[in-house]
Design a protein around this ligand. Structure first.
Ligand code: SAM
Length: 223
């Protein structure tokens, strides 16, 4: 990262960022992830009138009725993914690009898919500004990314009514998928390990509230 704007933003709310990081540490988030949280100014992804809220642990608007997720949620999902150097990750729901940047900075090869053109374009600029090679795609992610499959990890950052079949197929054996599944107003976080093509080990985690995953194998609309 050598963008002047990013360096300036990093200095703005240093203290607030530290308070957030300390509180995330108390929930059990590892230093490896927290060190990255400290290197990416959340202000970059939001409008200036929200800068004071950048390090409050809550989702914030990024345009088109979408959000950058709550920092705890981003960190928790990242922990569940068990990222190792060079794992190939598919993210469905690029949004601001914040989660994709964290995965990349942890050493993953990152493919990310967004269905809203405005957010796709903005995230492409973010990846350039942060000087990181992340492969972004503008399409419906409920069908996965067949042309780049299979993946070691898949993360879905929008609320799914159920697990899209295509994503399961595009996950490698021993791969891990993390996805919030449930109703539109409340989802269970699922971690799914693919044992073989017919067997999966699934663990259920806390409840969350994401914006809906909209598409062929998701919800048909926001409402
Ligand atoms: N990961 C994001 C970040 O770091 O900012 C936050 C994602 S936001 C909570 C959910 C995103 O999923 C929205 O940008 C939304 O447009 C996107 N989305 C919803 N349905 C989608 C689909 N079928 N394919 C791709 N993206 C989708």
């Amino acid at each position: 990262m050598n963008n002047e704007k990013i360096d300036k933003l990093l200095l703005l709310n240093k203290k607030n960022r530290k308070v957030l990081i300390d509180s995330l540490r108390k929930t059990g988030i590892s230093d490896k992830i927290l060190d990255i949280i400290d290197k990416i100014p959340r202000e970059y992804f939001i409008s200036q009138d929200l800068y004071d809220e950048a390090y409050i642990d809550k989702p914030l608007p990024i345009g088109n009725r979408q959000t950058i997720s709550q920092p705890y949620t981003v960190c928790f999902m990242t922990e569940l993914l068990e990222i190792k150097e060079n794992v190939k990750v598919l993210e469905i729901g690029t949004g601001s690009g914040y989660q994709a940047l964290i995965l990349k900075m942890l050493g993953a090869e990152v493919y990310t898919v967004e269905r809203i053109e405005y957010l796709f374009n903005k995230s492409q600029t973010a990846f350039k500004d942060f000087n990181l090679e992340i492969f972004g795609f503008y399409k419906d992610g409920t069908t996965g990314l067949e042309e780049k499959a299979p993946f070691d990890r898949i993360i879905v950052t929008a609320a799914a009514p159920n697990i899209p079949e295509a994503l399961i197929k595009q996950l490698k054996i021993n791969g891990i998928m993390v996805i919030p599944v449930g109703e539109k107003d409340c989802q269970k976080m699922l971690k799914i390990k693919k044992i073989d093509n017919n067997n999966f080990k699934t663990s259920e985690h806390s409840t969350f509230r994401f914006v809906p995953l909209i598409g062929k194998y998701g919800w048909s609309s926001e409402n």
